[in-house]
Design a protein around this ligand. Structure first.
Ligand SMILES: Cc1ncc(COP(=O)(O)O)c(C=O)c1O
Length: 445
C-alpha cells in the first residue's frame, strides 16, 4: 500500500472508531437516564454497561475486555456463552419454555435424579432463586418437625452470625447483618443467631423447640469464613437428637465451587436439607431445595408450589451444566486452579502488609484487608479485572470453573498491580483485628 493510500485508510479507520465511541457514549447516556428515572434505587453500580462475554472475559459498551473473577457473583460457573449451554438454550427455546407444574416436562425428573446423585439427598423441589429455595426449606423443616412432634411447638430456627440467606421475609429472618434486617422488621419470629464455630453457644441455643439450623459451609457474603468440622459435627448431633433439620445453604459455595460437588463434603455428616441456586442453570434463574426422604415425605400435594420453578428450559440447561462439570472434569480444574490462585495470593500477602489473611477453598477465595476494600475494586475495574468486596474489607474472588492456568497468572498479575497502584485507604472501621480473624480461622480448622 502506497503511503498516501495508507494514511487515508488510517484516517478513515480513526473516523470510524471515533463515530463508534460517540454512538456507544450516546447509548450509554440514554440507558443510564432510563435507569435513574425508572429503576428502583436498590443497587450501587458503576456507570459501565456490560454487553457480552466469552469464556472468562466480559466486554463493556466500549469493547473494553475484563477478566471476570466474580462470575456474576458465583453464577457464571461456565463463563459466558459456553457453547453447550447456548446449544441447549437455543434448542429448548424453540420447543417449550414453559408448560406449568400441572404437567411433567422431560427434564425436571432427570435433573432431580442427577442432583440427588450429587448430593446423596432423595428428593428435590425447584425454585426460581436462592431466597425462594431457602423459603421452601424453612417450610419443609417446620412441617417435618411439627409432624414428628405431633404438634406445633417445634417452630424456631437457628442461623449463624454473619450469615446471608436471602432477601425475602423468611430468608431475611435468617440473615444476620442488622443493615439488611432492621429496616424491614418485624420479620419471621423465633430466630436465634449463633457465633460462627462457637460450640458452647450452639449447645446453649439448640433447644427442643428448634425445627432447623441453617448453615453455609463456607460463608460467602459474610466474608469467606469456613465452618469448622467440630461445629458442624455437633450441629449434626444436636439436630438428630432434637428431630430438627440440619440445612446446608450451598447457594454460593455449592455445585462445584470448592472443587467438591458440595462444600459440606469436607465436613463429617450429611445435612438433611440442601439449598442450591446461582450456577445451577448457567445463569438462567433456577434454584432448588433437596431433602432426605425422612423430611421430604412431609410434603403432600398443595402444601408447596411454584408457577415457574422447574420449567423445561431451565431444567434442560441445569442438566447441561451438571453434565459439563462431570464430562469436562471441572471439579479437578477448580481444585487445581484454586490451589494456584490461593498460593499466588498467599505470596502477595507476604508482600503487602495490609492483607491480613487469605481464606477459602477451590474458586471461592477471600483476601481480608486491614483497610477499606472499595478503592481496590474500583482500581481493578480500571485495570480490566472484576472482583468485589464484602463486609467493607474482604476482596472476594469467584471465578468461573473453566479458568485456565494462564488466566490464573493473568489474574494474579492484575491483582498485584491493583494492590500496588491503589492509594492506600484509611483503616476500615469494619475490619476486625488480625487476632480476631486468626481466632476465627483457628476455630475453623
Ligand atoms: C449463601 C446464599 N444464600 C442465599 C442467597 C440468596 O440467593 P438469591 O439472591 O438467588 O435469592 C445468596 C445470594 O447471594 C447466598 O449467597
Amino acid at each position: 500500500m502506497s503511503s498516501p493510500v495508507k494514511s487515508a485508510a488510517m484516517k478513515s479507520k480513526t473516523t470510524k472508531s471515533k463515530k463508534k465511541a460517540a454512538s456507544a457514549g450516546a447509548a450509554q447516556k440514554s440507558v443510564l437516564r432510563d435507569v435513574s428515572q425508572h429503576l428502583m434505587n436498590t443497587y450501587k453500580r458503576s456507570d459501565m454497561i456490560f454487553t457480552h462475554g466469552r469464556g472468562c472475559y466480559v466486554f463493556d459498551q466500549n469493547g473494553k475486555k475484563y477478566l471476570d473473577f466474580l462470575g456474576g457473583i458465583a453464577v457464571n460457573a461456565l463463563g459466558y456463552s459456553y457453547p453447550e449451554l447456548v446449544k441447549t438454550i437455543r434448542r429448548e427455546a424453540g420447543r417449550a419454555v414453559h408448560v406449568s407444574n400441572l404437567f411433567h416436562n422431560p427434564f425436571q425428573g432427570p435433573l432431580a435424579a442427577k442432583l440427588a446423585k450429587w448430593s446423596h439427598m432423595d428428593r428435590v423441589f425447584f425454585t426460581n432463586s436462592g431466597s425462594e429455595a431457602v423459603e421452601g426449606a424453612m417450610k419443609l423443616a417446620r412441617i417435618a418437625a411439627k409432624q414428628k412432634a405431633g404438634g406445633g411447638t417445634k417452630t424456631r430456627f437457628l442461623a449463624l452470625e454473619h450469615s446471608f440467606h436471602g432477601r425475602t421475609f423468611g430468608a431475611l429472618s435468617l440473615t444476620h447483618p442488622v443493615k439488611y434486617r432492621e429496616p424491614f422488621e418485624p420479620l419471621v419470629p423465633g430466630v436465634d443467631f449463633i457465633r460462627l464455630n462457637d460450640v458452647a453457644d450452639l449447645e446453649a441455643k439448640f433447644t427442643a423447640d428448634i425445627c432447623a439450623i441453617f448453615i453455609e459451609p463456607i460463608q460467602g457474603e459474610g466474608g469467606i469464613y469456613p465452618v469448622s468440622d467440630t461445629f458442624w459435627k455437633r450441629a449434626r448431633e444436636l439436630a438428630t437428637m432434637h428431630g430438627a433439620a440440619l440445612v446446608a445453604d450451598e447457594i454460593q459455595c455449592g455445585l462445584g465451587r470448592t472443587g467438591r460437588e458440595f462444600a459440606y463434603q469436607r465436613l463429617s455428616g450429611l445435612p438433611d436439607i440442601v439449598v442450591v441456586a446461582k450456577p445451577l442453570a448457567g445463569g438462567l434463574p433456577l434454584g432448588a431445595f433437596l431433602a432426605r426422604e425422612e423430611f421430604a415425605a412431609s410434603f403432600s400435594p398443595g402444601l408447596h408450589g411454584s408457577t415457574f420453578g422447574g420449567g423445561p428450559l431451565t431444567c434442560a440447561t441445569g442438566l447441561t451444566f451438571l453434565d459439563t462439570v462431570e464430562k469436562k472434569h471441572l471439579l479437578a480444574n477448580v481444585r487445581a486452579r484454586g490451589a494456584e490462585l490461593k498460593a499466588g495470593l498467599v505470596k502477595l500477602a507476604a508482600k503487602f502488609d495490609f492483607i491480613q489473611e487469605v481464606r477459602g477453598e477451590g474458586l471461592m477465595l477471600g483476601l481480608d484487608l486491614t483497610v477499606d476494600g472499595a478503592p481496590y475494586v474500583a482500581e481493578a475495574l480500571k485495570q480490566g479485572l472484576l472482583i468485589n468486596c464484602t463486609h467493607e474489607h474482604i476482596l472476594r474472588l469467584l471465578p468461573p470453573f473453566i479458568l485456565t492456568a494462564q488466566q490464573v497468572k493473568e489474574g494474579l498479575s492484575k491483582i498485584e498491580s491493583v494492590l500496588a497502584k491503589t492509594e492506600r485507604p484509611a483503616k476500615s472501621p469494619a475490619a476486625p483485628s488480625a487476632t480476631a480473624a486468626a481466632l476465627t480461622l483457628a476455630a475453623a480448622r
